[in-house]
Design a protein around this ligand. Sequence first.
Ligand code: SF4
Length: 122
Amino acid sequence: MRRDATHFTVFHLILHYCLRFRWHNHCPEKVKVILDKEVSKMSPTGKKLEENASGKYYVTDACDGCGICFSYAIQNFMYSSDSSYYFVFQQPVDPREEVDIQRAMELCPMSCIKDDGETSVN
Ligand code: SF4
């Protein structure tokens, strides 16, 4: 199960208002509470998506397309053609991007942004 259509609509409505009214520093934790029940129903497989840029970070097929990663690291994530999931479009190229992508990892409600342990920033 990739995601539920109702879940997607409600989540994106909340995310839209969070970004519009500049609540984005606080919103993801609130959104995580809303999604906790949904997450517990899902059983992510953790399979690495083929679209990921090669390197340290990647997204698995447990992604539900919420877009939180994109809002925190727009330079590193991209959405699929049908917007149903996101993937790592570009590995971090500097320490600032590394911080952004790690923040996205912390806030990902599906815990599907992974780090293979290699060093990506020199
Ligand atoms: S990788 Fe995580 S934060 Fe990004 S869209 Fe997927 S579930 Fe949301």
